[in-house]
Design a protein around this ligand. Structure first.
Ligand code: MSP
Length: 655
């Protein structure tokens, strides 16, 4: 990628929904590349934008009852606003509904047709609207579901124009073979090669079942067709340079680097180069495919409510801390997990302890011993070993950067910071100064300043504002010139005077973002705890008052029913007991032995309704089985039965 001109792109984002952390990730990587290119003096063109046609967008607008264009305008603006808010340094924000873009797509269609690469036929197969992709039956899961996203596909049978993708199989394989870096990371290139070796079908590139798309050029006289959204979308990389409208700059940026997520690799690594070959246009220099972000180990989805909103993260933790985290945390190409704990650790440890603290130590020591003055010209006299160690790391950086190994780049970039922090502990400037080693102490401060300067220059593309602040404290500005002087030519920093300043990375103790789901769970737990506590307290109080409290579950464990006494007799030789048969609506009446004889006679009880505890374990009273208990209330005036106020069907539950 290291060339005098560089062209860096993000995917253009679908406007069916607002941006999430995955979109921010691709854009931040691309922005980092663009900033670095500019810093090393390259003429850089950085493109991003929105992908606005296709069935998915049309359906999303319809679902919300909005006009499709108005809906696309609205969501496209949310992307643009977010990137502006994130200070993304794009040179152009393209929209596929731009007139110039549509003209470019039509021109490409005509060109491919002239080349003999487009023919008309009937498409019959399965289409996944979510992925905007056709699938042959053999690739479907359970004959119906999309092999990529798992959603149900629909059967499409329509007249279609086809692109002769199959004709490009060998040329594509040759391209992969001759350009080992064309797809990064390299493991992804192997996947693509295997896929192409498996054989390519021609690609349906128009649709007739809806019309939210770029129409075919008029010459085709086929108004019911619109372009397939991926042909339309991929062409943005050319139309943004003026293809089809103002082509003066078309050749200006031949070396293109497309940043994408792994899910859209096939479109970029197979369809796109084939289209370019058909158009006789230069092929991409690199297609870099990153992995997917999950949250706390789970796939992000709206239904789970765990989608990470990049704006909220940046607002809570700082935009540049977030940028650093995303690039440092995950090897490029691998999947990554977003957790606030990991982010906090990176901020406190890498940024706070290693970087921020080093600047503080420099400001502290230079203030204490030299009234803030720092001179770097004697560094090599005393600390050549440390300078060498720093240089070894610096020399490794650029290749890692250009291979998109940004996590390794950052890891290596941190080594010089360790060298500096270790040097302070080893040489103990507080002792040196007491021993009168003033020159050595000043040189040590110079070493720290040199390391901070070089690290900041190399880190600038990742953390533009933060590193600008560090370098301002070191007395210089970050520009392509200072980069060239200090990094490329090894210029020694000019003497400067430090000022006391606020820490760059205040320590973060607690998670700052409210995770809606976790919060709900926490609240539930808190409520359960509170309930338990209240119950315990109530129970204790009740116990103190001689009443034991039960929960509702305990209450409902008792089966209470209305029944009618169908037979009543006295129990011989018993002063207290009556023998009752109670109809509870069951096959047989229940036998209940009740201790109510003192207050009720057998006649009084007959044919009256009573309330019965119906699930008591049977008990024997004076040799007779009792299969229930009657509810009654007893006070100093005697006992009375508890009965329904109005007659109720036997067996009616009470509760
Ligand atoms: N419109 C197409 C791209 C056309 S480019 C000519 C598209 N858009 S998208 O909005 O669905 O996705 C854009 C990018 O976001 C893709 O690179 C995709 O990989 C990335 N991500 C979407 N979800 C993601 C994660 N959860 N994690 C990381 N990136 C993911 O595809």
């Amino acid at each position: 990628m290291s060339c005098k001109k560089s062209y860096i792109t993000t995917p253009i984002y679908y406007v069916n929904d607002v941006a999430h952390i995955g979109h921010a990730y691709t854009t931040i990587i691309a922005d980092t590349l663009a900033r670095y290119s500019r810093l090393i003096g390259e003429d850089t063109f950085f493109l991003t934008g929105t992908d606005e046609h296709g069935q998915k967008i049309e359906e999303a607008a319809k679902k919300r009852g909005e006009d499709t264009q108005a809906y696309a305008d609205k969501i496209s603006k949310t992307f643009k606003d977010l990137w502006d808010d994130f200070d993304i340094s794009y040179d152009k924000f393209i929209r596929t509904t731009d007139e110039a873009h549509k003209l470019g797509v039509q021109k490409a269609f005509t060109k491919m047709h002239e080349k003999g690469d487009i023919y008309k036929d009937t498409y019959s197969g399965h289409y996944c609207i979510s992925c905007e992709t056709f699938f042959p039956e053999t690739q479907l899961v359970d004959d119906e579901f999309c092999p990529d996203c798992g959603k149900s596909t629909s059967i499409v049978e329509e007249e279609s124009y086809f692109f002769k993708l199959s004709a490009y199989e060998d040329k594509l394989l040759a391209w992969y073979e001759n350009n080992p870096d064309c797809i990064l990371p390299k493991s992804k290139r192997n996947e693509v090669i295997r896929f192409v070796e498996g054989g390519l079908n021609d690609l349906s590139i128009t649709r007739t079942s809806f019309d939210w798309g770029v129409k075919l050029p008029n010459d085709f006289n086929d108004p019911k067709h619109v372009m397939y959204v991926w042909l339309d979308a991929l062409m943005n990389y050319l139309t943004a340079l003026g293809y089809g409208t103002d082509e003066a700059n078309m050749d200006k940026y031949p070396a293109r680097v497309h940043l994408i997520g792994k899910d859209i690799l096939r479109f970029h690594a197979i369809y796109w180069p084939a289209f370019l070959m058909s158009l006789d246009m230069p092929l991409p220099k690199h297609i870099g495919a990153h992995g997917w972000w999950t949250r706390n180990g789970e796939k992000m989805s709206k239904s789970k409510g765990n989608v990470v909103n990049p704006k909220e993260v940046a607002d809570a933790y700082g935009l540049e801390n977030f940028r650093y985290f995303m690039l440092r945390e995950v090897p490029f190409g691998g999947d990554g997990d977003f957790s606030q704990r990991a982010l906090i650790d990176r901020i406190n440890s890498d940024l706070g302890n290693d970087l921020g603290n080093l600047l503080n130590r420099l400001i502290g020591m230079s203030g204490k011993y030299f009234e803030g003055r720092v001179e770097c010209d004697l560094v090599s006299k005393y600390y050549q070993a440390e300078l060498d160690e720093m240089q070894t790391s610096l020399d490794k950086l650029e290749p890692m950067f250009f291979e998109l190994q940004l996590h390794r780049f950052l890891e290596e970039l941190w080594r010089p910071l360790t060298v500096a922090n270790r040097a302070i502990d080893k040489y103990q400037p507080w002792t040196m100064i007491k021993e009168g080693k003033t020159e050595e102490t000043m040189a040590l401060n110079g070493l720290i300043a040199t390391i901070l300067a070089k690290v900041s220059l190399m880190l600038h593309a990742v953390m533009p504002q933060t590193t600008a602040t560090v370098c301002e404290a070191l007395g210089f500005e970050i520009t392509p010139e200072s980069f060239k002087n200090i990094i490329r030519n090894g210029a020694i920093l000019e003497a400067f005077v430090t000022q006391k300043r606020e820490p760059l990375f205040p320590r973060i103790e607690e998670e700052l973002l409210v995770d809606a789901r976790l919060e709900a769970l926490k609240k539930e737990q808190e409520e359960a705890e509170a309930k338990k506590k209240a119950q315990k307290e109530g129970k204790e109080k009740a116990q103190a008052e001689g009443v034991a409290l039960i929960g509702i579950d305990q209450f409902f464990a008792t089966s209470l029913k209305v029944g009618t006494v169908v037979k009543a007799e006295e129990v011989p030789k018993s002063k207290k007991l009556l023998l009752l048969q109670v109809d509870l609506g069951e096959d047989e009446p229940r036998q209940v032995v009740a201790g109510i004889k003192e207050w009720y006679s057998a006649e009084e009880m007959l044919n009256t309704q009573v309330c019965v505890v119906a699930n008591l374990k049977p008990a024997k009273l004076m040799g007779m089985i009792s299969q229930g208990m009657l509810l009654a209330a007893k006070d100093e005036n005697g006992l009375c039965m508890v009965r329904p106020e109005q007659p109720k069907t036997n067996g009616t539950p009470i509760g």
